[in-house]
Design a protein around this ligand. Structure first.
Ligand SMILES: O=P(O)(O)O[C@H]1O[C@H](CO)[C@@H](O)[C@H]1O
Ligand code: HPA
Length: 350
């Protein structure tokens, strides 16, 4: 891609790239680079660019999709040293579910902007903080704000924090999301425990694992058939019974689309035919990244809206982010209890 080279990526990932364009490529030629305000990296590649240095750096950081192992290690060391905690469980808070991080005790909070090489959250309902502490006696870290493809980040960047979690010591990933219910039996406010997914972005040839594989994270061709840990699903079902919410808890299939548009009726019909129960714009790439590095995964969707699957439904069932946030806020207590109790179960058997 114009403006990219593996050297540029590594330099950018280390926060050292300044657009001066003096690097030499592996074969001795200078890589083509965009530089701010017409300072050309190479006279043969006379690329004009009207961005200021700061804008240039922001765009470059946003598009950066290569995070070498050493850079991930640096971020993980920063968090472990800064918090004095080696977390065992990682939690990703879905839209409007940031309160999952508020229940963490003795929290050490890192704003994403202050973490070296970390992206920033741009979506309402995603605060952009990493919270490290304890929950039910277990060491945990929670992302209060995740990264989505539609924000402009490549998938590898969206799920890079999962690798950071791994190198911090995390063994279990809890991924949560707000989703539209396609299964007609689902009601707004229900919880769907994910037992599988349909990776629509993968169908389109996009994966967080695209590019060179680093075997220190995992294999080139990871299997995904057992991605969602059955023991954790069964424990969550048991917990839902003790909470008296079993009738509003389902086990189903999630699908991630690229967003940011909500789906058309025809798309929703197609997803339903494929066996999808709930749809969102996240989580799948995080689960793929977690399974690649052999983490145990538990994931659930809070059904924040019912999706229209018939044209006659159209008027009443238009999704909106305000509705998503409002429902998530209403159900946050239940979601927090489910997560705390499951963490307690894991801690009991540790
Ligand atoms: O998946 P989370 O982050 O919970 O957010 C969901 O809610 C937003 C749309 O309302 C989208 O970002 C969708 O993915
Ligand atoms: O209906 C939806 N579609 C996609 N993503 C979503 N996130 C919450 N609800 C939805």
């Amino acid at each position: 891609m114009t403006g990219y080279s593996s050297k540029t990526d590594v330099a950018t990932a280390n926060g050292k790239q300044n657009g001066s364009g003096n690097q030499t490529g592996e074969n001795g030629t200078k890589p083509t680079e965009f530089t701010p305000q017409g300072n050309h990296a190479s006279s043969e590649n006379n690329i004009q660019c009207s961005l200021t240095s700061d804008e240039f750096r922001a765009v470059n950081l946003m598009r950066q999709d290569m995070y070498p192992y050493e850079v991930i290690q640096e971020i993980a060391d920063f968090i472990v040293k800064g918090s004095g905690i080696r977390p065992k469980i990682g939690i990703i808070c879905g839209s409007g579910l940031g309160s999952l991080a508020d229940i963490i005790q003795n929290p050490k909070v890192f704003d994403y902007e202050k973490i070296p090489n970390f992206p920033v959250s741009t979506v309402e309902g995603h605060a952009g903080r990493l919270v490290v502490g304890t929950l039910e006696g277990a060491n945990v870290m929670a992302m209060q704000g995740r990264f989505h493809f539609y924000e402009g980040y490549p998938l590898a960047k969206c799920s890079m924090p999962v690798r950071v979690m791994k190198l911090c010591g995390v063994e279990y990933l809890f991924a949560t999301n707000a989703a539209g219910g396609i299964n007609p039996k689902y009601a707004v406010g229900d919880i769907m425990l994910m037992h599988d997914h349909v990776n629509m972005l993968g169908f389109a040839g996009n994966s967080p694992l695209q590019g060179p594989n680093d075997p220190r994270f995992g294999p080139r061709f990871p299997a995904l058939v057992n991605s969602y840990n059955k023991d954790l699903i069964n424990k969550a079902i048991e917990i839902s019974k003790t909470m008296g919410i079993e009738s509003s808890v389902h086990v189903g299939v999630y699908s991630c689309l690229g967003g940011p548009t909500y789906e058309t009726i025809a798309e929703l019909k197609a997803l339903r035919m494929m066996g999808v129960d709930a749809v969102g714009m996240s989580t799948v790439h995080e689960v793929i990244t977690a399974r690649h590095c052999d983490m145990k995964v538990f994931a659930f969707s809070l059904i924040t809206n019912k999706c229209a699957t018939e044209y006659s439904d159209k008027k009443d069932d238009e999704a909106s982010h305000d509705e998503v946030m409002a429902v998530a806020k209403n159900r946050q207590k239940t979601c927090c209890e489910l997560v705390s109790r499951l963490v307690a179960e894991i801690q009991k058997t540790a």
